[in-house]
Design a binder for this molecule. Structure first.
Ligand code: ADP
Ligand code: GN1
Ligand code: MG
Length: 359
């Protein structure tokens, strides 16, 4: 049992008992808790199976939040709620090692995160927020960043990893998911689209968030606008298309990421349009022709990539994503694959929407 009272005392935070530290949020990676204190804090056990070097990870978060803080202040905003604020340990460190685990504390931001957006306005606001996030980091020195997860959105590598998982078949589950594997392998033709553009420089490398699902944005409960973009663990050099495609993978879906009634899972073009308006409102002047061309395909690719990651993890025996029941990763994979097929059938319509938004 973690002694939370003792642990938090190293951050200068006092709780009456361990009951004042409560599991929080729906992240798939870190263990997140909220403290029942005034003010409240977010405590996270960093997933060091995934983020191997907590010191360098936290250096990234420090550098990025310092940069964002300057921008927020220049715009007359409030950095205490508009970006993450690291609470240092009493020794001035950005995380604390305790019983072999690495813990960090953030100031709690009083905002709402959505697993299923409720209105198109929320999509518009999310598009604006992720577009603005990239603009604010446009003059950030990318070479200062450590690559916290190498090849995070290299879809070719993700495809090869899936093949390796099937081959190794660590869980013995591969034979039970033949149709999902067949579906996944049949989409190989798309996997190089973004990587090739990066290689031939038609797609510029930018500092991107790389994990733009909607619950990594906090909305202001009063104004309904986006308050802040959080979960900065994967801020790394990447493509604008990763942030756009991943946000729509999640945000334009008609259903939650683990909905199992697949008849109710499809890509909503009105949500797609609302997000695109917000995103391109911020970035249309800096987007290249190739980036614009690949916007619709990036939604397919990021959804496909996430689907094959869930499927690989199911075959590996659920070692990466947090699951809440035995077939959770398989359900998530099926859900993403249903979306992939639907997005593929809507690519032309999506291109027309992008054209109209830019007109
Ligand atoms: P994971 O990498 O596991 O997704 P996150 O950093 O995204 O972890 O945190 C999980 C959830 O916790 C978020 O989706 C959000 O709801 C909540 N959360 C994280 N940090 C804060 C914060 N500083 N203030 C308020 N809520 C937060
Ligand atoms: C994870 O950390 P979280 O829950 O916000 C994952 C993303 C996936 C997403 C799928 C570091 O996001 O890449 O798209 O789950 N983050 C990491 O829901 O792997
Ligand atoms: Mg998250």
């Amino acid at each position: 049992m973690t002694d939370f009272k003792l642990l938090l005392s190293h951050f200068g935070i006092s709780v009456s008992s361990d009951d004042d530290v409560i599991p929080y949020g729906d992240g798939h990676i870190n263990d997140t808790y909220i403290t029942n204190t005034e003010p409240k804090y977010i405590l996270q056990k960093i997933n060091t199976n995934i983020f191997k070097d907590a010191a360098r990870l936290m250096k990234n978060v420090e550098l990025v939040t310092e940069h964002l803080t300057k921008k927020i202040l220049q715009n007359g905003g409030n950095p205490e709620v508009e970006t993450l604020n690291i609470i240092k340990t009493t020794d001035g460190q950005p995380y604390y090692e305790y019983e072999g685990n690495c813990y960090r504390v953030y100031r709690f931001i009083n905002g709402i995160s959505y697993n299923l957006p409720e209105t198109n306005d929320q999509l518009f606001e999310a598009g604006k927020a992720f577009g603005k996030f990239q603009n604010e980091l446009a003059d950030f020195d990318a070479s200062a960043l450590y690559e916290s997860i190498p090849d995070f959105h290299n879809t070719r590598k993700r495809f090869n990893n899936l093949k390796a998982s099937i081959e190794a078949n660590k869980s013995g589950r591969a034979s039970s998911v033949k149709s999902e594997i067949e579906f996944a392998l049949s989409y190989e033709k798309y996997v190089d689209a973004i990587i090739n553009g990066i290689a031939d420089k038609t797609i510029p490398l930018r500092v991107t968030h790389n994990d733009t699902k909607l619950n990594n944005i906090l909305f202001d409960p009063k104004t309904k606008k986006c308050l802040s973009v959080i979960d900065l663990d994967t801020v790394m050099p990447g493509s604008m298309l990763y942030d756009y495609g991943d946000a729509l993978r999640f945000g334009a879906s008609s259903a939650k990421e683990d909905e199992t009634d697949l008849d109710t899972v499809y890509c909503c073009l009105d949500k797609f349009e609302a997000f695109t308006k917000g995103f391109l409102g911020e970035l249309k002047n800096s987007a290249t022709e190739k980036e614009i061309e690949l916007l619709p395909l990036s939604v397919l690719l990021m959804t496909y990539e996430c689907g094959i990651r869930f499927l690989s993890d199911y075959i590996d025996g659920d070692v990466y994503f947090k699951i809440h029941y035995p077939n959770h990763n398989l359900d998530r994979a099926r859900n993403q694959f249903k979306l992939v097929a639907d997005i593929e059938s809507k690519l032309d319509e999506m291109s027309n929407i992008v054209k109209n938004v830019l007109a």
